[in-house]
Design a protein around this ligand. Structure first.
Ligand SMILES: [Zn+2]
Length: 174
């Protein structure tokens, strides 16, 4: 079974590789994802056995945040706060998570999908440049997102400053 120290080290390793700042709303770098997934899995098992371990809930909350699962990050952070650590920093983080969670929920794409869209756009922009439209973004959406969701996702990208393909790459994905 996992011990908390190992899980914390795994999480730190994932965080180092992820190239994310805090609250940056960007997908973790590919090489970080396996560490983060594995830390999250271990921490989820750990908190089942140790429901009042504040550190474990705190680490789980971070793992979820790095993986852009904001609702799950909020749930774990609320556990930390409930268990008695009413730290101003935690309360502030809760507010930020809710804010970014709302934006991500609106976008409704997984880190893997964002990564795939990013690779697609990089290739297209390298070859054709950006024509100040969402042409290539929409091509990718056509192949990867249910048609019914397309306009909602496009709108969410624009809300995050992605009005053309190069802006999607810059403002939504990076
Ligand atoms: Zn552009």
């Amino acid at each position: 079974m996992n011990n908390l120290n190992d899980l914390q080290n795994q999480l730190i390793q994932g965080q180092r590789l992820s190239m994310q700042g805090s609250y940056q709303r960007r997908a973790p770098a590919k090489k970080a994802v396996s560490y983060l997934l594995s830390a999250r899995k271990g921490l989820n098992e750990y908190v089942k056995q140790n429901t009042d371990n504040i550190l474990a809930w705190r680490l789980l909350s971070l793992a979820e945040e790095y993986l852009l699962n904001y609702n799950a990050a909020i749930y774990s952070l609320q556990k930390v706060i409930e268990l008695g650590e009413k730290d101003r920093k935690d309360l502030k983080r809760l507010v930020m998570l809710k804010e970014y969670g709302g934006q991500w929920q609106e976008l409704n794409m997984s880190p893997e999908q964002l990564e795939s869209l990013g690779t697609y756009l990089e290739e297209k922009i390298d070859t054709y440049g950006c024509d100040h439209s969402l042409t290539h973004t929409k091509e990718w959406l056509d192949g990867n997102i249910p048609k019914s969701k397309k306009s909602k996702v496009t709108k969410a990208m624009q809300n995050q400053g992605g009005f053309c393909d190069c802006e999607v790459l810059m403002n939504v994905i990076d």
